[in-house]
Design a protein around this ligand. Structure first.
Ligand SMILES: [Zn+2]
Length: 179
Protein backbone atom coordinates (compact mmCIF):
# COMPACT_ATOMS: atom_id res chain seq x y z
CA UNK A 1 0.00 0.00 0.00
CA UNK A 2 1.31 3.42 -0.89
CA UNK A 3 2.19 5.78 1.95
CA UNK A 4 -0.57 8.23 1.08
CA UNK A 5 -3.13 5.41 0.86
CA UNK A 6 -1.99 4.03 4.20
CA UNK A 7 -2.14 7.48 5.78
CA UNK A 8 -5.67 7.97 4.42
CA UNK A 9 -6.74 4.50 5.60
CA UNK A 10 -5.41 5.25 9.08
CA UNK A 11 -7.18 8.60 9.13
CA UNK A 12 -10.46 6.95 8.08
CA UNK A 13 -9.99 4.44 10.88
CA UNK A 14 -9.68 7.32 13.35
CA UNK A 15 -12.74 8.97 11.78
CA UNK A 16 -14.78 5.83 12.34
CA UNK A 17 -13.85 5.65 16.01
CA UNK A 18 -13.43 9.31 16.94
CA UNK A 19 -16.23 8.99 19.50
CA UNK A 20 -13.90 6.85 21.63
CA UNK A 21 -11.48 9.72 22.21
CA UNK A 22 -11.58 12.39 24.90
CA UNK A 23 -9.17 15.28 25.20
CA UNK A 24 -6.54 14.53 27.87
CA UNK A 25 -6.50 18.21 28.83
CA UNK A 26 -10.20 19.09 29.12
CA UNK A 27 -12.01 15.72 28.70
CA UNK A 28 -14.26 17.03 25.94
CA UNK A 29 -15.20 15.07 22.84
CA UNK A 30 -12.89 15.05 19.86
CA UNK A 31 -13.42 15.22 16.12
CA UNK A 32 -11.10 14.31 13.31
CA UNK A 33 -10.54 17.40 11.18
CA UNK A 34 -9.25 17.27 7.60
CA UNK A 35 -8.29 13.62 8.13
CA UNK A 36 -5.16 14.80 9.93
CA UNK A 37 -5.88 16.10 13.45
CA UNK A 38 -8.01 15.16 16.42
CA UNK A 39 -9.37 18.44 17.81
CA UNK A 40 -11.46 18.81 20.95
CA UNK A 41 -14.34 21.24 21.60
CA UNK A 42 -11.83 23.61 23.19
CA UNK A 43 -9.50 23.44 20.21
CA UNK A 44 -6.77 21.33 21.75
CA UNK A 45 -5.19 19.74 18.72
CA UNK A 46 -3.37 16.41 18.27
CA UNK A 47 -1.97 15.54 14.87
CA UNK A 48 -1.98 12.03 13.48
CA UNK A 49 1.52 10.70 12.88
CA UNK A 50 2.28 9.31 9.45
CA UNK A 51 2.87 5.90 11.09
CA UNK A 52 -0.82 5.78 12.04
CA UNK A 53 -0.89 6.74 15.71
CA UNK A 54 -1.74 9.93 17.56
CA UNK A 55 0.40 11.23 20.39
CA UNK A 56 -1.85 12.82 23.01
CA UNK A 57 0.82 13.94 25.45
CA UNK A 58 0.77 17.64 26.23
CA UNK A 59 4.55 17.91 26.01
CA UNK A 60 7.39 16.04 24.36
CA UNK A 61 8.68 13.13 26.37
CA UNK A 62 12.23 11.90 26.28
CA UNK A 63 12.24 8.14 26.06
CA UNK A 64 15.07 5.64 26.19
CA UNK A 65 13.22 3.24 23.90
CA UNK A 66 15.20 2.13 20.92
CA UNK A 67 14.99 -0.85 18.58
CA UNK A 68 16.96 -3.13 20.94
CA UNK A 69 14.71 -2.28 23.89
CA UNK A 70 11.60 -3.04 21.83
CA UNK A 71 13.11 -6.40 20.89
CA UNK A 72 13.90 -7.16 24.55
CA UNK A 73 10.43 -6.06 25.60
CA UNK A 74 8.92 -8.39 23.04
CA UNK A 75 10.91 -11.35 24.40
CA UNK A 76 9.73 -10.57 27.95
CA UNK A 77 6.11 -10.29 26.75
CA UNK A 78 6.29 -13.55 24.82
CA UNK A 79 7.64 -15.38 27.87
CA UNK A 80 4.62 -14.79 30.05
CA UNK A 81 5.46 -11.85 32.31
CA UNK A 82 2.22 -10.08 31.37
CA UNK A 83 0.04 -13.21 31.02
CA UNK A 84 -2.06 -12.53 34.16
CA UNK A 85 -2.87 -9.02 32.89
CA UNK A 86 -3.52 -10.29 29.35
CA UNK A 87 -5.84 -13.02 30.67
CA UNK A 88 -7.75 -10.55 32.84
CA UNK A 89 -8.27 -8.16 29.93
CA UNK A 90 -9.30 -11.09 27.70
CA UNK A 91 -11.87 -12.12 30.34
CA UNK A 92 -13.22 -8.56 30.58
CA UNK A 93 -13.53 -8.30 26.80
CA UNK A 94 -15.17 -11.72 26.53
CA UNK A 95 -17.64 -10.84 29.31
CA UNK A 96 -18.40 -7.53 27.59
CA UNK A 97 -19.01 -9.10 24.20
CA UNK A 98 -22.64 -8.67 23.35
CA UNK A 99 -24.71 -11.66 22.28
CA UNK A 100 -26.69 -9.55 19.82
CA UNK A 101 -23.69 -9.09 17.59
CA UNK A 102 -23.16 -5.45 18.41
CA UNK A 103 -19.67 -4.30 17.76
CA UNK A 104 -17.54 -4.09 20.88
CA UNK A 105 -15.19 -1.11 20.77
CA UNK A 106 -11.88 -1.26 22.59
CA UNK A 107 -9.44 1.62 22.67
CA UNK A 108 -5.88 0.48 23.28
CA UNK A 109 -4.18 3.64 24.50
CA UNK A 110 -0.48 3.70 25.26
CA UNK A 111 -0.13 0.39 23.48
CA UNK A 112 3.54 0.56 22.57
CA UNK A 113 4.28 -1.54 19.52
CA UNK A 114 1.08 -3.56 19.86
CA UNK A 115 2.37 -6.81 21.36
CA UNK A 116 -0.16 -6.77 24.23
CA UNK A 117 -3.06 -6.25 21.85
CA UNK A 118 -1.74 -9.02 19.58
CA UNK A 119 -1.64 -11.43 22.54
CA UNK A 120 -5.14 -10.44 23.71
CA UNK A 121 -6.52 -11.07 20.22
CA UNK A 122 -4.65 -14.37 20.06
CA UNK A 123 -6.22 -15.50 23.36
CA UNK A 124 -9.72 -14.45 22.28
CA UNK A 125 -9.27 -16.32 19.00
CA UNK A 126 -8.08 -19.43 20.87
CA UNK A 127 -11.11 -19.18 23.14
CA UNK A 128 -13.46 -18.81 20.16
CA UNK A 129 -11.86 -21.74 18.33
CA UNK A 130 -12.15 -23.93 21.44
CA UNK A 131 -15.79 -23.03 22.02
CA UNK A 132 -16.83 -23.68 18.44
CA UNK A 133 -15.48 -27.25 18.45
CA UNK A 134 -18.18 -29.91 18.39
CA UNK A 135 -16.91 -31.57 21.59
CA UNK A 136 -17.25 -28.28 23.47
CA UNK A 137 -20.76 -27.54 22.24
CA UNK A 138 -21.78 -31.16 22.84
CA UNK A 139 -20.62 -30.95 26.43
CA UNK A 140 -22.38 -27.62 26.99
CA UNK A 141 -25.87 -27.75 25.59
CA UNK A 142 -26.50 -28.62 21.99
CA UNK A 143 -26.08 -32.38 21.93
CA UNK A 144 -27.64 -34.95 24.27
CA UNK A 145 -24.79 -37.43 23.94
CA UNK A 146 -21.80 -38.40 21.88
CA UNK A 147 -22.12 -42.00 20.75
CA UNK A 148 -19.62 -44.51 19.59
CA UNK A 149 -20.12 -44.89 15.81
CA UNK A 150 -20.18 -48.67 16.35
CA UNK A 151 -23.38 -48.17 18.43
CA UNK A 152 -25.19 -46.16 15.75
CA UNK A 153 -27.58 -48.99 14.83
CA UNK A 154 -28.51 -49.51 18.50
CA UNK A 155 -29.25 -45.78 18.97
CA UNK A 156 -31.29 -45.51 15.76
CA UNK A 157 -33.30 -48.57 16.80
CA UNK A 158 -33.96 -46.98 20.21
CA UNK A 159 -35.12 -43.80 18.42
CA UNK A 160 -37.48 -45.73 16.14
CA UNK A 161 -38.83 -47.64 19.12
CA UNK A 162 -39.44 -44.44 21.04
CA UNK A 163 -41.19 -42.90 18.02
CA UNK A 164 -43.26 -46.06 17.62
CA UNK A 165 -44.62 -45.64 21.14
CA UNK A 166 -45.54 -41.98 20.76
CA UNK A 167 -49.24 -41.19 20.25
CA UNK A 168 -50.54 -40.78 16.71
CA UNK A 169 -51.09 -37.12 15.89
CA UNK A 170 -52.81 -35.37 13.02
CA UNK A 171 -50.91 -35.12 9.80
CA UNK A 172 -48.67 -32.08 9.76
CA UNK A 173 -49.55 -29.95 6.75
CA UNK A 174 -46.94 -27.54 5.70
CA UNK A 175 -47.92 -24.04 4.79
CA UNK A 176 -45.90 -21.91 2.43
CA UNK A 177 -42.21 -22.19 2.91
CA UNK A 178 -40.43 -19.07 1.91
CA UNK A 179 -36.79 -19.59 1.15
ZN1 LIG B 1 -9.36 19.83 25.10
Amino acid sequence: MLKTQRKKANANLFAGYQDLFRCPLCSSEMKLVDLKSLICNNNHCYDLAKQGYVNMLSHALKTKYNRQMFASRRIICRNGLFDPMINKIKDLITAGATPRGEQLKILDAGCGEGSHLAMILEKITQNYTKQTKSEYSAARIWVDAIINPLDTRKWISAGIEAANHSPITDKFNLGIIQV
